[in-house]
Design a protein around this ligand. Structure first.
Ligand SMILES: [Zn+2]
Ligand SMILES: [Zn+2]
Length: 277
């Protein structure tokens, strides 16, 4: 995770052959610096994959893609929303897929699925490469049966623990409608809601969770970790690896599985995408 929180989100998903940025919600300068920290230069990116169009997921995207011509993978409504609010006039490198589609970027297979959130067509993802699978859900008001089904066999799960319910209720800075929005079915997952999702996945292959998208005022890493640990303790699953990503620091690198050695044979997947201008 290059950075995660209400003020900006971006993550790097990589194999030996492929490097995908999931969201570009830090400044382009920070994205470049944090990629460098991971030993990656922007020219090596195979694409930026977007969950949705909110500013905390795309604010560095325009500059990054203008400087380095990185392909942007997203669904068509998200592309329209991103283009409407930003000057993407000259960017031609859009790879548009349908919500719910499975597709490949080099040797990473991406499964997309809709999530309930107040954006035009927000997505969650499961990534597969070799023996590894990674679930990725941030920015969603609640978890549907379809989402649990999609995440059933992931080994590592990135999930938002946006707020502590009590801190949000007692917060005096946020007007009531904003609190309502956050808590709504198209808002964000609380620590408790995220812990419930993790509990639902315990019968599968999950062995690591990475918490993210914490609200600056209405949450703290200790609170999120405590809530999730308490839920795991109920099931005797304190063996689970738990990390909390933060806004200002790159997390350690999480090794999820093995991909087969040797050269990767690219397929002609690009035919799948509408490269509309
Ligand atoms: Zn967000
Ligand atoms: Zn959002």
């Amino acid at each position: 995770m290059l950075g995660s929180g209400s003020a900006g989100n971006s993550a790097l998903v990589a194999t030996n052959h492929c490097r995908i940025l999931v969201d570009g919600g830090l400044s382009a300068r920070q994205l470049v610096l944090r990629l460098e920290h991971c030993g990656v230069v922007p020219e090596q990116l195979d694409g930026v994959l977007l969950t949705h169009e909110h500013g905390d997921h795309i604010c560095g995207l325009e500059v990054l893609c203008r400087k380095f011509d990185v392909p942007i993978y997203c669904n068509s409504l998200t592309r329209e929303a991103v283009r409407y609010d930003n000057s993407f006039g000259r960017h031609r490198n859009w790879r548009v897929f349908g919500t719910g589609a499975d597709f490949s970027i080099c040797d990473i297979t991406v499964q997309s699925f809709p999530v309930p959130h107040d954006a035009v067509d927000p997505l969650g993802f499961v990534f597969h490469a070799g023996s590894g699978s990674l679930g990725f859900i941030t920015d969603l008001g609640y978890v549907t049966k379809l989402i649990v089904e999609r995440l059933r066999l992931v080994q590592t799960l990135v999930i938002e623990t946006n707020h502590d319910e009590k801190l949000l209720q007692n917060d005096t800075h946020r007007p009531w409608p904003v609190k309502q929005r956050i808590q709504s079915r198209h808002g964000h997952l609380s620590n408790t809601a995220a812990a419930n999702v993790i509990e639902e996945l315990l019968s599968g292959n999950i062995n690591r969770v990475v918490l993210g998208h914490l609200s600056r005022d209405c949450n703290a890493p200790e609170l999120a970790l405590k809530t999730v640990r308490a839920a795991l303790a109920k099931h005797g699953r304190l063996d689970m690896e738990i990390h909390c990503a933060t806004q200002f620091e790159v997390t350690p690198r999480f090794r999820i599985g093995e991909t087969s050695p040797g050269p990767f044979q690219p397929t002609f997947e690009n035919a799948f995408f509408q490269n509309a201008l």
